[in-house]
Design a protein around this ligand. Structure first.
Ligand code: FES
Length: 385
């Protein structure tokens, strides 16, 4: 197997599931919109290449395949004529939101014989963190969404600052960019977010797996370096603070006196971690930043950036002030815009990887293993093929 061989020229054939997942991995919950944006007015979305209509009725969000089985018109152009249903705009076929059953055909009278014979595919929907999540699978029962959420987000009260953006580029490039070790030091050296933060030139790192996550452990940081025949290079500038004293094995929380208890309790082995189906987690002393890379289709994704602060009541105010005053613009804005740019211009493999790309290799390996396990599971239970 060529898996994990470095350095070397790579295509993605060492990871066939990963290679095949251009439009995303099936069998997961994906955040698709803010809850407040899902109303009684049907909204069209695309997720893993599937066109889906999302609508709220009686306080609950529903999702159905966005293609009328009659003549193929999007149901999302329709509206509600009866509670608990959606009607196609063309001839008034009317589907039950919960079951997808064809309940009425307005233009064929109250006893249309086709009623009960047609069922529109539906999707399971949940709401968490102020967002609507949809499960895309292969006919299997959806696992509880709480099994998929980052544990600390599931188990602790938190306040959230979030941003959802449609972005160009394959979701895998976005996820790989998020977890990419080298870019954090170089691409982002000009980020305003980093204006007063000294950054190492390079780190000595290794990847460790814990449960569903892989973590990047930093064994040593190098704040400047002599490049033979070229000269000295560092990320420091007069306006950047001196490097902190700690060796950053525990990442950003290492030198900090006051680490939030919910974060400290997790004892994260590194501050950057990633898990399926494309979730990045960056741990800071008092908050955690998550990025969910949601596949729209092979060429587009949703960037869902979430900052979580594990506080309650009045203690959330400093976080909100910091988020709205700075983080939203500098981090979710300009910093993340640099990532967006790179994801747009990354070319498909072949690629020639280097030592820090072990991050990417280990992520692909994780994706491959987990997907293989799912394929085996579905084969055994007969849900697939
Ligand atoms: Fe939808 Fe005819 S196309 S009712």
């Amino acid at each position: 197997s060529r898996r994990g061989r470095l350095p070397g020229r790579q295509d993605w054939s060492s990871w066939p599931h990963y290679q095949a997942a251009a439009s995303g991995f099936r069998g997961y919950w994906y955040p698709v919109a803010f809850s407040s944006h899902i109303t009684g007015k049907p909204k069209a979305i695309t997720l893993l290449g599937e066109r889906i209509v999302v609508i709220r009725d009686g306080g609950k969000a529903y999702a159905l395949k966005d293609r009328c089985p009659h003549r193929g018109v999007p149901l999302s152009y329709g509206n509600q004529q009866f509670p608990g249903t959606i009607s196609c705009p063309y001839h008034g076929w009317t589907f039950d939101l919960e079951t997808g059953a064809l309940k009425a055909v307005i233009t064929d009278g109250p006893r249309s014989p086709i009623c009960g014979k047609v069922t529109q595919p539906t999707y399971e929907v949940e709401e968490r963190l102020g967002m609507v999540w949809i499960f895309v699978g292969d006919g299997e029962d959806a696992p509880p969404i709480d099994d998929q959420l980052p544990e600390e987000l599931r188990d602790n009260p938190a306040v959230i600052g979030a941003r959802i953006q449609s972005r160009v580029g394959n979701w895998r490039f976005a996820c790989e960019n998020g977890y990419d070790e080298g870019h954090a030091k170089y691409l982002h050296r000009t980020a305003l977010w980093r204006l007063f933060k000294a950054m190492p030139v390079w780190n000595e790192t290794r990847i460790v797996r814990r449960g569903r996550w892989i973590f990047r452990v930093q064994d040593a940081q190098h704040w400047d370096a002599d490049f033979p025949g070229l000269g000295r290079w560092s990320n420091q500038a007069w306006y950047k603070l001196k490097p902190p004293k700690q060796v950053a094995n525990i990442g950003n929380t290492g030198s900090h006196r006051k680490v939030n208890p919910a974060i400290a309790a997790e004892e994260f082995p590194g501050f950057a971690s990633v898990s399926m189906p494309g979730v990045l987690r960056i741990v800071y002393p008092t908050f955690i930043h998550y990025e969910f890379y949601v596949p729209v289709d092979a060429d587009n994704h949703l960037y869902v950036g979430v900052m979580a602060n594990f506080e309650k009541g009045i203690r959330t105010l400093p976080f909100y002030a910091k988020y709205l005053g700075a983080v939203r613009w500098l981090f979710h804005g300009q910093f993340s815009g640099q990532d967006k740019w790179m994801v747009e211009v990354t070319d498909a493999p072949p690629e020639r990887l280097y030592r820090p790309d072990d991050s990417l290799l280990q992520w692909r390996k994780l994706a491959e293993e987990v997907t293989e396990e799912r394929a085996e599971r579905l084969k055994i239970t007969g849900d697939l093929g």
